[in-house]
Design a protein around this ligand. Structure first.
Ligand SMILES: [Zn+2]
Length: 316
């Protein structure tokens, strides 16, 4: 929030803050100086924690890789995504044993990015692994590298294209449905949305980022406009109230609506600029996306850049 927007009375408070803030900050600086050097070391991967979401569903945060989840049924556990390293996957298995002694019997994969699947080798071999067709194709491609020879034993055993139903191992299989959906190319060519109907919760992998724009992996067949379409379909999911993301805290439908509005506004602005014949550099400048002199360019093109590239590509 900018200072210009403060009401007059708040201005006094702002002036007061301006006076005391340096004192508080100075005090914190002193505290930081007094702290042992170890505390100033580079930030470490946050340790793994498990959060109960609802019913049989738990969210696992921290450790190496994206957030994962697991669902405890009557006869076994279903894991959702697999962390980034075998060690992190084993830590996730240890988190599961804090909740249940039942074995993991199945892994559901949201998409093929390494921070979601490279930990597969930390799981026992021979489990059912389910992904979309697109994700399996991308995994086969990724595992061609000799570094991933061990991962080839963890390719999906079952794939789906149309909405796919899983009956978790419950005594009355009808009561607790898990549905997997693929709404078309978005973040990648093969994103899966996993809906836990009793828990009114969807695990959406990388289809929702908060605090930064979504990543679109065009090299894996991802598309900005497919992404926006998928986001609408996530919002339209009946009875889903909570959305679990690979890289954010649980979100509500209202959060997703706000996200969609922001991204649609960006898309509309880029569209108008493309129609005016603006160049990519001009578009980036309008969004303040030009990297500062001497700084490293980001590893992935921004959402705005991807919008431009898609629109420019479509014009031909
Ligand atoms: Zn991803």
């Amino acid at each position: 929030m900018s200072k210009e927007r403060f009401a007059p009375r708040s201005r006094l408070f702002a002036a007061f803050l301006a006076m005391v803030a340096p004192m508080i900050l100075g005090f914190q600086a002193l505290q930081a100086q007094a702290a042992p050097p170890a505390k100033q070391a580079a930030p470490q991967t946050p340790s793994m924690t498990t959060q109960h979401i609802a019913g049989g569903l738990y969210l696992v945060k921290g450790g190496s890789g994206a957030n994962t989840a697991f669902y405890v049924g009557e006869k076994g556990v279903i894991a959702i995504d697999a962390k980034m390293t075998a060690d992190a996957a084993k830590q996730m298995l240890a988190e599961i044993t804090k909740v249940t002694t039942l074995p993991v019997i199945m892994i559901l994969i949201t998409h093929s990015d390494g921070d979601h699947i490279n930990g597969l080798t930390g799981f026992p071999e021979g489990l059912d692994i389910i992904s979309s067709e697109g994700a399996k194709k991308e995994m086969i491609e990724a595992f061609k590298s000799e570094n991933f020879a061990g991962h080839r034993r963890y390719l999906p055993t079952k794939t789906f294209k149309d909405p796919f139903t899983i009956l978790p191992p419950m005594p009355d299989g009808n009561s607790a449905l898990i549905m997997m959906y693929h709404f078309g190319p978005a973040h990648t060519s093969g994103d899966a949305v996993i809906v836990f109907t009793d828990e009114k919760t969807a695990f959406v992998g990388d289809l929702v980022f908060i605090g930064r724009d979504p990543l679109i992996h065009r090299q894996k067949g991802g598309t900005v406009f497919g992404y926006l379409d998928t986001l609408k379909k996530l919002i339209d999911l009946k009875d889903v109230e909570t959305y679990l993301s690979g890289h954010a805290d649980p979100q509500t439908k209202a959060d997703l609506r706000a996200l969609l509005t922001t991204l649609e506004e960006k898309a509309a602005k880029v569209k108008a600029m493309v129609a005016e014949g603006k160049t990519l550099d001009e578009v980036k400048a309008a969004f303040g996306l030009q990297p500062a002199a001497g700084s490293q360019p980001s590893r992935w093109p921004s959402f705005v850049e991807n919008i431009y590239l898609e629109l420019a590509g479509k014009k031909k």
